[in-house]
Design a protein around this ligand. Structure first.
Ligand code: ACO
Length: 335
């Protein structure tokens, strides 16, 4: 998917926001729940702690706070937003869409709103979808939100998965930008044959909630960690190279890589395949764990806040997730 065709507008991120719940769960806290150790988690994943939403907080609450920050940075009023897309696998409920709840919370009265489900690749999918509306001129301002409360779908008795995930939200405001800046290319993909590797088996129309599904804990996330690991390394490296090729760039041109924050060993393997130096790869998963769709925007917001990214820098966002799905975007940073 190459966006920069002459009759389309260039589109970029003009505002960013992140929001994280206050409560932290450290590796030592997890040692009280399952048979694990700080050292195992740290060496196998790179994670030290993650955040946890309160019992009252849902995805729309986190997403609204991240969106308010992104709108403030972009100096855009909520009532001027044309479209809200929320990427999430932990929506407040089946329906209404979490995007409609965020729209209400923000007072974004003229915005259309819908949810998008692509798991950890959700933010990249939503950026690609949202930017089409701005590129064609259909809309001027699109708000992309990625909000997840994974701690509510994690099985706290499963040491293979409960150590990995955390809660958080990120948001980005998309508008038209100067020619040849903003998004230079996207690459998206999916392989539904790997759907069973990472899923929540019950609660949908295939296996509606009943006493038995609750007893069997089928409303929690199940994962084949090893297989997801192998898929992640190959998918992230391949999609990165495709997005770079579509943008007419190579790895050496990049100032920064912001990968999905699932596991430092996955990120390190991808970094090596791409031949990038470690200092060009932004990592914050040690403090937040894997926040699914929210990982990339939270990392991007932190990278900007910490002065890691500068106007004119070329950067690559890349992720993978359940589905299976993957995606990447090459950008020239504009703010
Ligand atoms: N503490 C201690 N030991 C553990 C733990 C734990 N928390 N979890 C597993 N082990 C044990 C296993 O039981 C196994 O022991 P055994 O050899 O006696 O059977 C041993 O450690 C090794 O287990 P593996 O599963 O082989 O460990 P691995 O190195 O693959 O790491 C991990 C597991 C961290 C899950 C890794 O496979 C991974 O990160 N996979 C990718 C997962 C991922 O990114 N998922 C998110 C996708 S994004 C989305 O869409 C939500």
């Amino acid at each position: 998917m190459k966006l920069m065709v002459s009759n389309l507008r260039a589109v970029g991120i003009v505002g960013l926001g992140a929001w994280l719940p206050e409560q932290k769960i450290t590796n030592h806290d997890l040692m009280k729940l399952v048979d694990t150790s700080d050292q195992w988690i740290l060496t196998r994943t790179g994670i030290s702690e993650r955040r946890k939403a309160s019992a009252e907080e849902a995805a729309s609450d986190l997403g609204t706070k991240a969106a308010q920050k992104a709108l403030a940075m972009a100096k855009v009023k909520a009532e001027d937003v044309d479209l809200i897309i929320v990427a999430t696998v932990t929506p407040d409920m089946f329906f209404p869409a979490t995007a409609c709840l965020v729209q209400k919370n923000l007072g974004a009265v003229k915005a259309a709103a819908f949810d998008l489900s692509a798991a950890c690749s959700g933010f990249l999918y939503a950026l690609a979808v949202g930017s089409q509306f701005v590129a064609t001129g259909a809309y001027d301002t699109v708000l992309v939100v990625a909000a997840e409360v994974l701690t509510k779908i994690v099985n706290w008795e499963d040491r293979h998965s409960c150590i990995l995930f955390g809660d958080g939200a990120g948001a980005a405001v998309l508008q038209a930008v100067e020619k040849d800046t903003g998004f230079l290319s996207f690459d998206l993909g999916a392989d539904g044959t790997g759907g069973d590797l990472l899923k929540v088996p019950a609660g949908g129309s295939r296996k509606p909630a009943c006493q038995e599904t609750v007893q069997n804990k089928e409303h929690f996330l199940v994962m084949s960690g090893n297989e997801v690991f192998k898929f992640a390394v190959k998918a992230m490296a391949d999609t990165s190279l495709k997005a770079l090729e579509k943008a007419g760039l190579s790895q050496e041109d990049l100032a920064c890589l912001i990968p999905h924050q699932a596991n430092t060993r996955i990120i390190e393997a991808v970094r090596k395949r791409l031949g990038l130096p470690a200092e060009k790869v932004f990592i914050n998963l040690d403090r937040y764990g894997n926040m699914s769709s929210a990982s990339i925007p939270v990392a991007l917001a932190e990278a900007v806040e910490k002065g890691y990214l500068h106007k004119g820098d070329l950067l690559l966002l890349v992720g993978f997730g359940a589905g299976l799905t993957w995606g990447s975007a090459v950008m020239k940073w504009v703010v």
